[in-house]
Design a protein around this ligand. Sequence first.
Ligand code: SR1
Ligand code: MG
Length: 414
Amino acid sequence: MTQFAPPENYFALDTTTVLDYCRQRPELRAMFPANDTLEAVEVGDGNLNLIFKVWANEDHNRTVVIKQALPYVRLVGESWPLPTDRARIEAQALAIHERLVPQHTPHQYFFDPEMCLSAMQNLNQHLIMRKGLTQGIRYPHFAEHIGLFMARTLGNTSDLVLDYRAKKEEVARFINPELCKISEDLVFTEPYRPTERNLFHEELRPQVESIYADERLRVQVAGLKEKFMTQAQCLIHGDLHTGSIMVNQTDTYVIDPEFAFYGPMGFDIGAVIGNLFLSYASHEVRTKDPDQRAEFRQYLTNTIIDVWQVFKREFQPIWQQVDTVNMPQGYQENYMLRLLQDAAGFAACKMMRRVIGLAGVEDIRGIEDVHERAIAGSLALNMAQALIMNRRDSFDISDIVAYATDQTPTYPWK
Ligand code: SR1
Ligand code: MG
């Protein structure tokens, strides 16, 4: 396997060495004056990196987050090497996001290329959105915030806004082959064939095997994979699931753009929609009371509809900048329709990979009872298949919601 050596002076921090590191950084001197007592804890629960929280004198309002890339996939270990250059990609994407949507991007104090780490604002009043959704918490401003975030970050990094040369230079700066390969494999390849890395529950085997055998489905997935690999449309976040979003009742922050590259816009929009649908599927068993379940699901589907409507509305300023001789109204409408249909297809792939593939999500895999887990997983797979197969017949976001929510679980087998 290819080895990706980190920079010469790189070493992986721990909860002791991170304290010395923070004391030595001039950018943190104002936050951590010389005589302060620093403490740290490692809080990374993701698949790839080390995440430390460092604070001073027991004052958690003076906390910084240090995110350091490990030279391998943390979820698997050193047998799966991964370039630490992803820390640079993340830092540069965060800088662009902070410029375009500062209200939805954690502030980055600095990036250290030798140590492959960034120091960032601690979002201590916020929760990972996926955790909130599993508990049935609603976020009333989320659709407005994420719709704006996506319209600004995707639209302003596309050919619709960037100068021809700047765009190509940006494509080169954000070449991210190994992280893209993870998505190519885990999102578009492995869920559709037997592989050692797939990790679904045995209860779901008959349904998974029918997916492996479904050539019509694989034709659709192959088309989406091609789009992912070839359409350098704009700078996408690349991993915009609800675990990459931190929320509370008033704010929304997007974190973790280490998978960023120039790819298709619909991949980010689909990630948001697909993860809201995964939550919808999980509440088939997570919320026992039928009225409460219906209400929370209504919130989720309204949110999906609003995300798309806000995205479209906030994309209008982008269309106002284009040359309408070359890009007349009809082209603009067709562009948005293609985006909607792409988003439905990518949402579906994102859902199937989280049920069948290596890296699952708490919404489904966190359901303790195996039968309930299989019910939710089965429903998610059926929703995803309906989305991917019917996306070309979807002309409005309400069509997409209708196709998905018409589904029922196949498990338990009749
Ligand atoms: C091996 S990395 C698995 C997953 O973690 C990240 O969050 C991405 O979603 C990736 O596919
Ligand atoms: Mg991540």
